[in-house]
Write a protein that binds this ligand. Structure first.
Ligand SMILES: CC(C)(COP(=O)(O)OP(=O)(O)OC[C@H]1O[C@@H](n2cnc3c(N)ncnc32)[C@H](O)[C@@H]1OP(=O)(O)O)[C@@H](O)C(=O)NCCC(=O)NCCS
Length: 258
């Protein structure tokens, strides 16, 4: 926190009457180190990225998520771009708190191949983690290894609680609805909104368009205790109507597990 004298000022309205208040402090999300062999499928290992994975991981994104080419997320296609941003297993003590992105990879131990990659982004002072990207290599979709990927990722969200994050978000692309289904029906996250035209996305060749993303959220570590409740939100009638409808839909969100 910066040493700014705020005593001459005050918030616009008195807020926080429907939730707990706490002292402002310096906050940190600390990435948990992951290295996990699936008990049900010892051929599958979920682990934190190392430097030697970089070419395979960037290659997996090029094959599985080329839509980010030319966008603010293009860096995931370039192995060199990871070096300064991502927390690497070899430098865990130095990187776990300091680096803004964590990358978990899934390895098919029989084939000796990275078959899944997932990228997480954190904002320390907001105690927020965004599950930014997930892809399974086209050769590994469906079948036993895909099942292991989803069941192990579900447990990764429990491990995320150990990071200290209290607000987790994800955006799902709209060229299919697979991830919307998984986050809503199986992980039980709630819809936060529909963002038409949110990110530029590659349309093939030299063309791009602005894609629509669906945003989901979930509280961890008692984050909801410190969140102002609808009773004190000042909403215009149309927005209130929208919120009520979203709550009706969000009541359908279930944690069915994976
Ligand atoms: C998204 C991705 C990771 C999904 O992996 P996948 O193995 O192809 O996913 P599946 O289609 O097997 O779906 C997994 C499970 O979710 C369920 N599911 C997904 N979408 C569903 C839907 N619309 N309705 C019902 N069930 C659905 C199914 O139960 C399925 O399990 P099943 O095999 O028992 O049917 C993969 O397609 C990928 O890497 N795509 C490219 C990158 C990408 O699009 N990333 C996400 C951007 S938001």
């Amino acid at each position: 926190m910066r040493p700014i004298d705020m005593t001459p000022y005050q918030p616009y309205a008195k807020m926080g009457s429907t939730c707990e208040l706490r002292e402002i402090r310096n906050k940190k999300v600390v990435w948990p180190l992951v290295d996990h062999i699936d008990l049900d499928n010892p051929n599958f290992r979920l682990r934190t990225i190392t430097h030697s994975d970089l070419d395979a991981v960037a290659g997996l994104w090029r094959a599985s998520y080329p839509e980010v080419y030319g966008s603010v997320h293009e860096w995931i296609l370039d192995p060199d771009a990871y070096k300064e941003r991502v927390a690497f297993a070899e430098h865990w003590e130095e990187h776990a708190a300091a680096r803004p992105h964590a990358v978990m990879v899934g390895e098919d131990l029989n084939a000796g191949k990275i078959v899944m990659s997932s990228i997480y982004t954190k904002w320390d002072q907001n105690l927020q983690v965004e599950a930014s990207f997930i892809a399974i290599h086209p050769d590994a979709r469906k079948g036993r290894i895909a099942g292991s990927i989803w069941s192990n990722l579900a447990s990764f969200y429990q491990w995320l609680e150990a990071s200290g994050a209290e607000y987790v978000t994800v955006f799902c692309e709209t060229w299919h609805n697979i991830t919307q289904y998984i986050w809503f029906k199986r992980l039980g996250w709630k819809i936060a909104g529909i963002f038409p035209g949110n990110y530029t996305r590659w349309a093939g060749g030299s063309k791009e368009y602005r894609g629509c993303t669906i945003h989901f959220y979930r509280f961890l570590n008692d984050g909801d205790k410190f969140s102002a409740q609808p009773g004190e939100w000042d909403l215009m009638p149309e927005v209130k109507e929208l919120w009520n409808f979203m709550e009706k839909i969000n009541a359908e969100s279930r944690e069915e597990g994976l």
